[in-house]
Ligand binder design. Structure first.
Ligand code: NAP
Length: 453
């Protein structure tokens, strides 16, 4: 490690790695990227849909950042979790500056009766499961439901609906673990309802992602033209916003095209607000109230109830950040309070603490949004470089030694490379590029030969 200023980036997802990218352009800085998981890439590995292969190939770019001299990956290190983790104070002993890049990892809730019935899950749980996240239970999903309701009309809703609609054969090209493919292969699902509480002009999905639903060989898309009628406010959005205009054109085309008689159907529904999840022992239906557009981008309830029969509910209504132990947190907005990326403690700029990504600005934007976001934060950090007090324990392995004393082995870059090779070998054996290892213990065994400490 050549640099004279030592920075820890907490989180190895795109936002953390874009920060490491910016930092490592400066010879004076050395960067350790810490992650609580043994594997890098955060939401790129555990959030981006496995069938979005082009997006997944961003890993090649991010990998180059972690391979740079002056940058290290330290996996399996959790911020502030008792004996196995590391506290903010301990970090500050070893690093001159810390950049928090932990994202928004939990789902927002609907807060309606029946939300916790068996069969009701957050989209986050489903995504984690099909992406082989070590925290997801292998048997979390069975997919014996015939009908599924996905609440929310953002890109995550589109992702989960598309994965439900595809066949296991379609998904063979992905890195999904075998237990996931087996469940998808046996899936009984025939109808998937994507439900928005406002109108089509207020939907959050982007055009490319929406159009993909209409290109599936395994599913018809069903749209009711009556739910595409616009009020004045919506017409104005359609005129001024290219994405919304394209989305509406796509939806209108689908609403008038004949069905092809495919095995599954994706129903895009608008102006329906879920008010209760019905069922005794498990989800049996989702009750919604029909809304009408209020002329200013919002909606008002009509009192009319619409019941969608479903045995699976996926709530896809956005993510939320979680507080990190010892780090300030704004409960209302679910982010770390900051000014242009400089963390604020009790209304004042904290020395040597910075924030990037979703935990800085909330869960919005695409992966590329994190580039400019990281640049802004790193500019502040670099402007502070001269005045940052130097940490007392500056030897590069101080953090590794500290954890080793507690019996915690850090997964180094070599450890990740061993996991990577093991996953590729699993895939190669059956003609796939990679099969993800989902089990944490198995990941650690794969990395074991190279565990530091
Ligand atoms: P999102 O884009 O914020 O969409 C959330 C959806 O949930 C909205 O339709 C919202 O409707 C709805 N919602 C919120 N509260 C609700 C409630 N109580 N009842 C009913 N509906 C409710 O969130 P996301 O889909 O989780 O995506 C997060 C970010 O990741 C976005 O920036 C997204 O673009 C990005 N992403 C991108 C990709 C990609 O590029 N392929 C893939 C996945 C995710 P209202 O508008 O009415 O609040």
């Amino acid at each position: 490690m050549s640099g004279s200023v030592r920075v820890a980036v907490i989180g190895s997802g795109p936002s953390g790695l874009y920060a490491a990218d910016e930092l490592s352009k400066h010879d004076a800085v050395s960067v350790d990227v810490l992650d609580r998981l043994p594997c890098p890439y955060g939401l790129l590995r555990y959030g981006v849909a496995p069938d979005h292969l082009k997006m997944k190939s961003l890993e090649i770019t991010l990998r180059k950042i972690l391979e740079r001299p002056g940058v290290r990956f330290l996996g399996g290190v959790e911020l502030g979790s008792g004996v196995t983790g590391i506290t903010v104070d301990e970090l500050r002993e070893c690093y001159d500056a810390v950049v928090y890049a932990t994202g928004s990892s939990v789902d927002r809730r609907l807060s309606i009766p029946g939300e916790d019935l068996p069969g009701s899950f957050s989209a986050t749980e489903f995504v984690s499961w099909y992406c082989g996240h070590p925290d997801a239970r292998v048997d979390a999903f069975t997919l014996d439901a015939r009908s599924a309701v996905v609440v929310g009309v953002g890109n995550v809703a589109v992702d989960v609906a598309r994965i439900l609609a595809k066949t296991a054969q379609d998904l063979h090209v992905t890195d999904m673990p075998d237990h996931v493919l087996n469940v998808l292969e046996a899936s009984a699902i025939s109808d998937i309802y994507i439900v928005g509480r406002r109108g089509p002009a207020q939907a959050k999905f982007t055009s490319k992602e929406l159009r993909e639903l209409g290109e599936l060989a395994s599913a018809d898309v069903v749209v009711d033209p009556a739910e595409l009628v616009l009020d004045e406010a919506s017409k104005e959005v359609v005129e001024t916003n290219k994405t919304v205009r394209r989305n509406l054109e796509t939806l209108q085309e689908w609403s008038s095209r004949p069905l092809f008689g495919r095995d599954r159907r994706i129903h895009l529904r608008f102006l329906l607000a879920p008010v209760a999840v019905l069922g005794t022992d498990r989800v049996e239906a989702v009750q919604c109230e029909r809304n009408v557009l209020d002329g200013s981008g919002g909606v008002t309830g009509t009192g009319e109830k619409v019941t969608l029969a479903a045995q699976l509910l996926l709530r896809s209504v956005g993510y939320r950040g979680v507080p990190l132990p010892g780090v300030p947190f704004d409960e209302r907005s679910g982010v770390i309070p900051h000014v242009s990326g400089r963390v604020q403690r009790e209304g004042r700029t904290a020395t040597g603490e910075y924030v990037v990504g979703w935990i800085k600005r909330g869960p919005t934007g695409v992966i590329g949004t994190n580039k400019g976001d990281a640049k802004e934060t790193v500019e502040q950090l670099l402007a502070d470089l001269e005045t940052l007090p130097r940490a007392p324990r500056r030897e590069p392995d101080a953090i590794i030694d500290k954890l080793a004393q507690r019996g915690v082995g850090v997964v180094t870059w070599a450890g990740w490379e061993a996991i990577d090779a093991a996953e590729r070998a699993l895939g190669a054996a059956v003609g796939r590029t990679r099969i993800k290892i989902a089990d944490r213990a198995a990941l650690l065994i794969a990395a074991a030969k190279t565990l530091a400490g």
